[in-house]
Write a protein that binds this ligand. Structure first.
Ligand code: AMP
Length: 210
């Protein structure tokens, strides 16, 4: 099954992707995670992406599309995958079509702008393994270290309130139109992002019929 997790920043796409990929036994492909890793390692892709990511803007389509093309051709993607954070523009969705990718479902996690700003200010990330947490709704044992690997928790630079407003604008102007694009194909299933993490997982799995 090839699934897109769609929604604004902070809706819980990454958190749900981590849970659902284990239940369905397929990998998650997260362009945001790939870009953060590339930036950390100072690779040519990371250097190209840095200024956009830190300003809350989208990385050029050609850069992210090349990442996706490479990643989806790896053997572990043969039985399906969850796309988290891709596509984010109509040209990216068209590039996916042009690669011959058949999408089975687009799960749209819905959340108001007000809730997004609130969520992102309390979001933390493991600086080592990248696992995502929320200080109130998805805390670690001590809210200092990662429960999975013990790495120290960090705040994403692009979760700074000024950058968040930019990311929201970008979401509404460039990414939200994708909902109509996939609605026209009858693929969009909507779940509320304000429920608890297990409830959202349950709704997603029910929508997928699993
Ligand atoms: P995320 O972790 O999905 O919130 O992504 C973090 C940042 O990476 C975004 O704000 C963008 O700057 C960049 N990014 C991630 N995915 C994409 C994409 N599909 N297209 C363009 N930029 C992206």
């Amino acid at each position: 099954m090839n699934i897109i997790l769609f929604g604004p920043p902070g809706a819980g796409k990454g958190t749900q992707a981590e849970i659902i990929c284990q239940k369905l036994n397929i990998p998650t492909v997260s362009t945001g995670a790939v870009l953060r890793e590339a930036m950390k390692n100072g690779t040519p892709t990371g250097l190209k992406a840095k200024q956009y990511v830190e300003a809350g803007e989208l990385v050029p389509d050609a850069v992210v599309t090349a990442i996706i093309k490479d990643r989806l051709s790896e053997p572990d993607c043969a039985n399906g995958y969850i796309l988290d954070g891709f596509p984010r523009t109509i040209p990216q969705a068209e590039a996916l079509d042009a690669m011959g990718v058949k999408i089975d479902a687009v799960l749209s996690i819905e959340l108001s702008d007000e809730e997004i700003v609130n969520r992102l200010s309390n979001r933390r990330l493991c600086g080592v393994c990248g696992a995502s947490y929320h200080l109130l709704y998805n805390p670690t044992k001590d809210n200092v270290h990662c429960d999975k690997c013990g790495g120290e928790l960090i705040t994403r630079k692009d979760d700074d309130p000024k950058v968040v407003m930019n990311r929201l604008d970008t979401y509404h102007s460039q990414t939200e139109p994708l909902k109509a694009f996939y609605n026209a194909k009858g693929l969009v299933k909507t779940v509320s992002g304000s429920d608890t993490i297990p409830e959202i997982t349950r709704h997603i799995l029910a929508e997928l019929g699993t």
